[in-house]
Structure formats: structure tokens, C-alpha cells
Ligand binder design. Structure first.
Ligand SMILES: Nc1nc2c(c(=O)[nH]1)N[C@H]1C(S)=C(S)[C@@H](COP(=O)(O)O)O[C@H]1N2
Ligand SMILES: [Mo]
Length: 571
């Protein structure tokens, strides 16, 4: 029973992701709670394997449902016998830990984060509670997905699989409670005035960190295709400076008024009540996504992002257009105008982050440019710009200014470093001695992109009937919908068309990515595969086949065909 119970904890991720686990997983229900105490004994793992590999998944699947039902009945009985609440489960558990008193030890987030391996123990948190789930993981046949939660919160996984508040999962988990999070950890930690980053928020340890200060991190790539909407905790974080801590009560957004109009100073409350709330699903991608592939061709300057500096979220807020109209602007303003955004994150010299977008885009009712205060139904997280950020659909991440303080309509682009001397593309032969940043336009709309999230480079295990499944994401800038993804398993000699999934958005407003999958028989006789993907957007733009011809000194706009080399293990 115990093993059967781990899947609900993370929402059955391993079932989604490892076909082999579908076979192995139901066998877990052959174990009763008591197995845990004999864990490591001679019979446990060998009989598990026997069941896993000699019996069909279908039979075991049925058995697991029956056994699981009886497990639930048992829990229900336990509940009746000893009143209610999760502590009852504790007292009825055979786990010696369960008999400890209800006053739990208090742990800091740092202590929890130190427990990420079987040797140190696998700890996770949910709300204020700390759990040691090492025994789950240890016996779990499906493997690695659960390790992503290690040392951090289960909440983002639960959000991803929509399984929050499942009573039985909470009951199961309660048997593993070992402590509570220190209350100070919930609030901001004590300020260390010498460190400008001391007020940075806590982050999920599953993130792969590119730089701690400033904080830059991406999720493990396979998480991206586990769900269409990227959970906030796993959404890539790209900060140039320390995260500013802003008081939502005293926060004011300044919108410099049109000549003759007073500037607006809008509170968060006014932004939420004076202007209609507008929600759009938008994929955000950093200009440096997949930079590591460029770096491999010839070194570039910049953070070495993998393929996951991209994410898809539902953003909600006021339309920028509505706010500009309130400040006196109209669609018919004359001249090539820009809308500049200033952030409240500042360096030691007091210079803040800034960027701009063309005025016509800001004012266009079809561009859906938002002043967002919500991300995936939650208040904007600290790392993502709390309390307010700009979301410019279809446009490079860099223009989506976070911690927004001021909006200025101007005949000039933003004069910030990031608009003028960064986030621009150049010919492959331009180097740091010859580069003239004024010669290239600032990147706005991004080119068509796709990448393979599963399998990852290394090995691939064939499914039943020697089939394999390939997964990835695809997206294009400027609201151009991805209309096709081609996948090759033989380095580009032959191609398959992948199945696309995603939200239907209006033509020209396809701001969100498509996830794609392809399940095909393993090519006969092959033990090595070079898997490629390439996307086509609604303007029939395609990705370049190799990196070298699009190499540029900043390593931006890296969108060549994605190539994953694997060796195959057959069942
Ligand atoms: N104020 C401010 N806004 C910012 C940045 C920043 O450092 N400061 N980084 C930009 C860059 S380069 C990117 S890719 C996106 C990243 O947004 P995210 O951290 O919410 O994923 O924010 C943009 N907006
Ligand atoms: Mo970025």
C-alpha cells in the first residue's frame, strides 16, 4: 500500500513520464504498511521486481485499484475509531516515528534544503509542515521525478497535477511528518545590510541555478512538458539585480501624463478596480534561452541557459492601453513613439532596470499588453515582479519589466543598458572588438523556437512494443501560432509530425506555446538515435538547422533545430 501511495503525492508524475513505471507501479500495492519496517529485508525488493517485470500492467493495475480501495476503507475505519484529523493517522501508524508527541521540532528552510539525497534523507514541505519521505522514495519503483521535490515544497507539484487537498494524500503524508518550518522563515529573514541580496525570496531547490546573486535559474527541462501551465515555483527566474521588497499598501505606479495631463499615481487597489481585469496565457522566453548550445560552438558572454529559460503562465492585470488612455493618450499620437518602463530593482549606483516597446504595440487592442498583478491565479511572486510587472505577449522576456515603477511615453527608446547595449543580434563574424551596438535594433518579437524535453541526452528506454515517446515545447513570437512540429529520429533523414496540444488563441494572438508529443516504433536495428525537432509557425517561418550560422557574441536568439543524442535500451 505504501508504495501505491507515493504517486498521489506528486500526482502520478512517473506514470505520465515513464511507461515502464506503469508496469512497475501497481506492484507496489502488494506491500502493506508493515513492509516498511522490514524494508531492506531479503524479500522486499526481489519480489517487487518479480511482480514488476513478470506480470502485465493491466492485471496489476486492476489489482492495485482493488487493494487501494481497501486501503481507503481502512483509513476511514481508523478515522472513525479515533475521532478525526490527521494526527489519528499518526497514532495508528506502525511507524515508530508516529508515536512522537504532537509538538514537533522546528526546522529552517535551510535545514530542509540540506535533505535532498537518500543518504541525507529526502525532506519536503507542505505549508508549514516538514516531512521525511525517504522511505517512500527508497522503495518507489518509478524513480526520479519525486526527487525533484527533495529539500523543497510539494505545492508546485500539486498545482501542476491539480491534486491539492486530496484528503487521502494528506493523510498519507501526515504519517511522515517530522517537524514544522520555523515561523521566521515564512516571513522575510533578518536583514544582512552588507548583502544587497539578503532580502531575496526563498526558491524551490529543484531549480537549476545559473547564478545565485543575482538569482537566475531554470527548471529541469522535463518539468516544462509535465503541464501546459508552468507552476510559478518552476517558472524560470531571470534577475539582473536584487529583488526589491515593496510594500503593496504604499506602492504607486507613476504614469507620466500626456502633455497637458497630470501624471497618474496609481495604487495597486486602483489598478485592480479602476481598470477591467484582463487575463491572457502568455509564454515568456529569455533571449538567452538555449545559449549553452551557442556557447558550445564558440564561447559567448552570458548566463549558460539550457532549454528551460521559457515558461507558460496565465497572467492577469490591467491592460496597458486602458492605463495610457487614462493618462490622456490616444491611438493617433504622431511620431515614432515608444513606451518606456522602469523597474524598482536598482544597482548600488541607483540605476534601475529598464526597457521599452513600440507605442503602437502598447496601444493596440490586439496586442494584449498587460500590467500584470497575478500569475497563474496567484498574486505575482516576488521573483516575478511583485506587485506589478509588464507582460508583452510575443516579445522577448527582457521587455517584460518587473517591479514596475514608472511608465513614460517618449520619442526615444529606453536609454537603459539593456535596451541599448544588450539584447541585440549580430552577424557571427562580429566580435567584442568590432561590435557597434547602435547598428542593430533591440530584440522585440522572437523567432520560432522548439526543443525536446524528453528524452534528455543520454539513454532512452523503449516502451512496450518497442515504442518510444518524444516530448517538447514549441512557440513563436509576435502572436504567430506554431502550426507544425517535425521530429526526426535519424538525424534528419526522415521526419514525423508530432501531435500538438495547447490553448486555442485568436489568429495573430497565439501568445502561448504548444506542447507536443510523438509516439512511434523504435527504428529497427538502431541502438543510437539522434532525435531532432523543428517547428513551423503560421508565417511558415522555420528554425535554422545548425547553430554556427546564427552564432552571435551575446548568445541570444539561439533557435536552431534541437538535437538530442540517446542510446536505446530495449525492454
Ligand atoms: N525590473 C526587471 N525586469 C526584468 C528583468 C530584471 O532583471 N529586472 N529581467 C528581464 C529579463 S532579461 C527576462 S528574461 C524576464 C524574466 O522574467 P521572469 O524572471 O519572470 O521569468 O524579466 C525581464 N524583466
Ligand atoms: Mo532575459
Amino acid at each position: 500500500m505504501l508504495l501505491r501511495r507515493i504517486s498521489p503525492l506528486l500526482g502520478g508524475m512517473q506514470i505520465l513520464n515513464s511507461p515502464r513505471a506503469c508496469v512497475a507501479w501497481p506492484s507496489s500495492c502488494l506491500y502493506s504498511k508493515d513492509t516498511r519496517s522490514s524494508r531492506g529485508g531479503a524479500n522486499s525488493s526481489s519480489s517487487r521486481q518479480r511482480w514488476a517485470f513478470t506480470t502485465t500492467g493491466a492485471l496489476l493495475g486492476l489489482g492495485s485499484i482493488l487493494l487501494y480501495r481497501s486501503h481507503e476503507r481502512k483509513l476511514a475505519q481508523d478515522n472513525q475509531e479515533s475521532g478525526s484529523g490527521s494526527h489519528m493517522v499518526l497514532s495508528s501508524s506502525s511507524d515508530p516515528k508516529a508515536s512522537i508527541s504532537r509538538s514537533y521540532p522546528v526546522y529552517t528552510l535551510k535545514e530542509v534544503q540540506r535533505h535532498r539525497t537518500l543518504a541525507d534523507g529526502i525532506w519536503v514541505t507542505l505549508g508549514k509542515e516538514v516531512f521525511n519521505i525517504t522511505e517512500f522514495v527508497d522503495m518507489h519503483p518509478g524513480g526520479n521525478r519525486i526527487l525533484l521535490a527533495a529539500g523543497g515544497s510539494l505545492e508546485p507539484f500539486w498545482a501542476m497535477y491539480g491534486i491539492h487537498n486530496q484528503k487521502h494524500v494528506l493523510e498519507i503524508l501526515s504519517a511522515y511528518k517530522i517537524g514544522e518550518l520555523s515561523p521566521e522563515e515564512q516571513a522575510s529573514g533578518p536583514a544582512d545590510l552588507s548583502d544587497p541580496y539578503a532580502q531575496d525570496p526563498p526558491r524551490h531547490p529543484a531549480l537549476k541555478v545559473n547564478s545565485m546573486k543575482p538569482f537566475n535559474a531554470e527548471p529541469p527541462a522535463e518539468v516544462l512538458t509535465d503541464a501546459y501551465i508552468t507552476p510559478n515555483a518552476f517558472f524560470f527566474k531571470r534577475n539582473h539585480l536584487p529583488v526589491p521588497r515593496l510594500d503593496p499598501a504604499s506602492y504607486r505606479l507613476e504614469v507620466v501624463g500626456r502633455m497637458g495631463n497630470a501624471s497618474l499615481f496609481l495604487s495597486l487597489e486602483e489598478l485592480k478596480t479602476r481598470f477591467p481585469r484582463h487575463e491572457v496565457t502568455v509564454t515568456l522566453q529569455c533571449a538567452g534561452n538555449r545559449r549553452s548550445e551557442m556557447n558550445a560552438v564558440k564561447p559567448v558572454k552570458g548566463l549558460d541557459w539550457g532549454i528551460a529559460a521559457i515558461g507558460n503562465a496565465k497572467w492577469a492585470g490591467a491592460r496597458l492601453r486602458d492605463v495610457l488612455v487614462a493618462a490622456g493618450f490616444s491611438e493617433g499620437e504622431i511620431g515614432a513613439l515608444h513606451v518606456q518602463f522602469e523597474g524598482l530593482d536598482r544597482d548600488l549606483a541607483g540605476t534601475g532596470y529598464g526597457a521599452s516597446i513600440p507605442y503602437h504595440e502598447a496601444m493596440s487592442s490586439s496586442h494584449d499588453v498587460l500590467l500584470a498583478y497575478e500569475m497563474n491565479g496567484e498574486e505575482l511572486p516576488l521573483d516575478h515582479g511583485f506587485p506589478l510587472r509588464v507582460i508583452v505577449p510575443g516579445v522577448v522576456g527582457a521587455r517584460n519589466v518587473k517591479w514596475l515603477s514608472r511608465i513614460l511615453v517618449s520619442i526615444e527608446e529606453s536609454q537603459s543598458h539593456w535596451q541599448q547595449n544588450d539584447y541585440k543580434g549580430f552577424s557571427p563574424s562580429v566580435d567584442w572588438d568590432t561590435v557597434d551596438f547602435s547598428a542593430s535594433p533591440a530584440i522585440q518579437e522572437l523567432p520560432v523556437q522548439s526543443a525536446i524535453t524528453d528524452p534528455q541526452p543520454g539513454t532512452l528506454v523503449a516502451e512496450e512494443d518497442d515504442k518510444i515517446t518524444v516530448k517538447g515545447y514549441a512557440w513563436s513570437g509576435g502572436g504567430r501560432e506554431v502550426v507544425r512540429v517535425d521530429v526526426s529520429l535519424d538525424g534528419g533523414s526522415t521526419w514525423h509530425v508530432a501531435k500538438l496540444t495547447g490553448e486555442k488563441q485568436a489568429p495573430g494572438q497565439a501568445w502561448a506555446w504548444k506542447l507536443w508529443t510523438l509516439t512511434v516504433p523504435l527504428p529497427a536495428g538502431r541502438t543510437e538515435l539522434e532525435i531532432l525537432c523543428k517547428a513551423v509557425d503560421s508565417s511558415y517561418n522555420v528554425q535554422p538547422d545548425t547553430v554556427a550560422p546564427i552564432w552571435n557574441l551575446r548568445g541570444v536568439l539561439s533557435n536552431a533545430w534541437h538535437r538530442v543524442h540517446v542510446s536505446v535500451t530495449r525492454n
